[in-house]
Ligand binder design. Structure first.
Ligand code: AMP
Ligand code: GLY
Length: 424
């Protein structure tokens, strides 16, 4: 079967790497892809949000399945369009994508169906938001309603900070239309954990729990990023907490989406806070996380094409989805300047020196035009992730850190403490 994946980050590289192991895949395409992806798939120069061009391409090339793994294309209706064109698509519909693309939609859904989350109010007028801030105890969290590249949430330590954040979003147009409406919610105390599930709308299969590191600097300092590293499994996500999350969060969320007429299919990402009152939702994502996908897909035993097809066809058998009982970790190497404007165009060296059992998932790389073979330069903020599995989390992390030091490019930086707090 010919399979098309849309996007071009580390997550898509991991998805394509896993799909490339399927004996049933005859040809892999990625739109638009990146330097590393070009080694395993044919990169097609179409933006992942260009719904019309992608559907036309898929029809012309006889694509048997299109996997939509990022948020914007789903919100733009790519899965709906593929299905209308008679092409099987993995991912969620535009209506279901609101669970990520509108925080207000997600929060209202949780309130309506009693799914545990922080107490909140939503606003479309600045005066009302400011009045609410005066009545709430700090800290509190101010969130832009729409998609903001993972940067739309501000944890405000004081009322003044919260006011500033609300003005920034609603008055000064930070995040554009995404910040016109905001959610103000209670601050939750606890540690974060992510569980992603494959689901066909009713049945679901959980992936191993993982934890990411969002801040740019060691010790969780500095600004938020898309994610600087991750690992799986998570020691403090106990079987008791897992059972509670399943009963109080996963099952009710999928039932709520069905009841509201937009069943969720694809990967649903549950970002939870493990509070003293049990797990509560911080947010949903309507897709694999990046870099969370990169630490669970290497542990997946089942053929990913089988899962994608079962999900697209509404016949997922959760028992058929199996993961190895091992640990996996990734550390992301970023460009100088990131999460601000990255300094790009520098040659990446050392990829050939990585140990055989270590993976490098490319995100912001492109092939160098001035030479043949495997020569790459950095072309984005997050450049690549070095990823390894091991019997235990310390094993996996040791392998990653022994190898990431072999990668060199001008301005490279990465965190030195991924997973440290959980392996002490
Ligand atoms: P979000 O964009 O909703 O995932 O939020 C980004 C980050 O802000 C999360 O990963 C948390 O670290 C933090 N955060 C968001 N909401 C809350 C909350 N209600 N309480 C505490 N931390 C939060
Ligand atoms: N790493 C967080 C995300 O993919 O949204």
């Amino acid at each position: 079967m010919r399979v098309l994946v849309t996007g071009g980050g580390g997550r898509e590289h991991a998805v394509l790497w896993k799909l490339s192991q399927s004996p049933r895949v005859s040809r892999l395409y990625c739109a638009p892809g990146n330097g590393g992806i070009a080694e395993i798939a044919e990169c097609v120069p179409i933006r992942a949000t260009d719904v019309e061009a992608l559907t036309a391409f898929a029809a012309r090339e006889g694509i048997g399945l299109c996997a939509v793994t990022s948020d914007d294309p789903q919100a733009a209706g790519l899965v709906d369009a593929m299905r209308q064109a008679g092409i099987a698509a993995f991912g969620c519909t535009q209506a279901a994508a609101r669970i990520e693309s509108s925080k207000i939609f997600a929060k209202d859904l949780m309130r309506k169906y009693g799914i545990p989350t922080a107490r909140y109010e939503s606003f479309d007028r600045l005066e009302d938001a400011l009045a609410c801030i005066q009545t709430r105890p700090a800290p509190m969290v101010v969130k832009a309603d729409g998609l903001a590249l993972g940067k739309g949430a501000v944890v405000a330590r004081t009322r003044e900070d919260a006011e500033w954040a609300a003005r920034d979003m609603m008055e000064h147009g930070r995040f554009g239309g995404a910040g016109r409406r905001v959610v103000i919610e209670d601050y939750m105390e606890g540690r974060e954990v992510t569980v992603m599930v494959f689901t066909d709308g009713s049945a679901f299969a959980e992936m191993p729990p993982c934890r990411d590191h969002k801040r740019i600097g060691d010790g969780d300092t500095g600004p938020n990023t898309g994610g600087m590293g991750a690992f799986s499994p998570v020691p403090d996500y106990t079987p008791e907490i897992a059972a509670r999350a399943r009963r109080e969060i996963f099952e009710p969320t999928l039932a709520a989406m069905r009841a509201d007429g937009c069943p969720f299919t694809g990967v649903l990402y549950f970002e939870m806070m493990l509070t003293a009152d049990g797990p509560k939702i911080i947010e949903y994502n309507a897709r694999f996380g990046d870099p969370e996908a990169q630490v669970v897909l290497p542990l997946l035993e089942t053929d990913l094409l089988d899962i994608f097809e079962a999900v697209a066809g509404g016949r997922l058998d959760p028992e058929s989805v199996r993961f190895r009982d091992k640990a996996c970790a990734i550390v992301v190497a970023a460009s100088r300047g990131y999460p601000g404007a990255p300094d790009t165009g520098h040659e990446i060296e050392g990829l050939d020196a990585l140990s055989g059992d270590v993976l490098a998932f490319h995100a912001g790389t492109k092939r160098r035009s001035d030479g043949g073979g495997r020569r790459y330069e950095n072309s984005g903020g997050r450049v690549l992730g070095v990823c390894a599995a091991g019997d235990t989390l310390p094993d996996a992390l040791e392998r990653v850190y022994a190898n990431i030091h072999k990668i060199r490019f001008e301005g490279i930086h990465f965190r030195n403490d991924i997973g440290r707090r959980d392996t002490r």
